[in-house]
Design a protein around this ligand. Structure first.
Ligand code: A3P
Length: 288
């Protein structure tokens, strides 16, 4: 019955499984051909790495702490997804520094971004927490395939057959692109440990200085406790047929290390071995 209730349509585009009601061949082509402007700000993430959090922070940076847009406009309209066909016009017609979001791998956008000085913000999160968050998201998001058990989802996550493709390919592709793209790297864990300092570092990268009191107010607005109740950011505006809020919350826990409550010792060892193999030669470090 549960899988019959799902509206999942999986599109396999360029070897990556994507939710088919949001992505088409044309929408992917639109993203690849996109003419970025130098003052665009592009949020890039593998899903469940802090996308919504960054959308909120950047909205408040550019509103200079005025909470009006963050409390009245849904996050997907403030920082629309480049590759999702519903958002084409919103992305294209935005003004000022356009905030644009994408889950695409680097290879799709290398050409388009290479033509511009658009500012790219790449967020990573330790992949054990990503896998746990993704598992819970699969349970409530009816446009994603039924995840089965956590172990089933973990296997797919590790072999890259999960929706949105391989976490390893995503992270390795976007890593070390400082010479090709105007890019700022930050981790979910850094934001958790020092949100205020992270906002200041973002302002520096964006060349958008703010008064300390404004940074304080953004900091206060963007804590998990505060954001989880903002219906313009917690996805409760989305109908239950698409995201079933009886089955779980989008703003679920917002913690570092929740994986320790989900992984068995054996799953953790398998994960570590694959991680070591895949990430050999990279300098990425995570707080687990
Ligand atoms: P959990 O499922 O671990 O709670 P994305 O927006 O990329 O889909 O990521 C969603 C994850 O970010 C969820 O993780 C969500 O709770 C967390 N998140 C969203 N806003 C946050 C905040 N202000 N502070 C900490 N975590 C936040």
């Amino acid at each position: 019955q549960e899988s019959m209730d799902r509206m999942e349509v999986v599109e396999t585009l360029c070897g990556i499984n994507l939710p088919g009601h949001l992505h088409t061949k044309e929408s992917l082509q639109f993203a690849q051909d996109f003419e970025f402007r130098d003052n665009d700000v592009v949020i890039v993430t593998y899903p469940k790495s802090g996308t919504t959090w960054m959308q909120e922070i950047l909205t408040l940076i550019y509103s200079k702490g005025d909470s009006m847009p963050a409390e009245n406009i849904p996050n997907w309209a403030r920082a629309p997804w480049l590759e999702q066909h519903y958002f084409k016009d919103l992305v294209r017609n935005g003004s000022g520094p356009r905030l644009i979001t994408t889950h695409l791998q680097y290879r799709f956008l290398a050409k388009a971004l290479g033509r511009s000085k658009a500012k790219v913000i790449y967020i990573t999160r330790n992949p054990k927490d990503v896998a746990v968050s993704f598992y819970h998201f699969h349970k409530m998001a009816n446009f994603l395939p039924d995840p089965g058990s956590f172990n089933d989802l973990l296997k797919k996550f590790l072999d890259g057959t999960v929706s949105f493709g391989s976490w390893f390919d995503h992270v390795k592709g976007w890593h070390n692109q400082k010479n090709a793209v105007n890019i700022f790297y930050i981790t979910y864990e850094e934001m958790k440990m020092d949100l205020r300092g992270s906002i200041e570092r973002l302002c520096n990268f964006l060349h958008f200085p703010l008064l300390p009191a404004v940074v304080d107010s953004i900091h206060k607005h963007c804590t998990f406790t505060n954001m989880k109740d903002n219906k313009m950011a917690n996805y409760t505006l989305i109908p239950n047929e698409i995201m079933d809020h009886q089955k779980g919350k989008f703003m679920r826990k917002g913690e570092v290390g929740d994986w320790k409550r989900h992984f068995t010792v054996e799953q953790s060892i398998i994960f570590d071995n694959i991680y070591e193999d895949e990430m050999r030669g990279t300098s990425l470090q995570f707080t687990w």
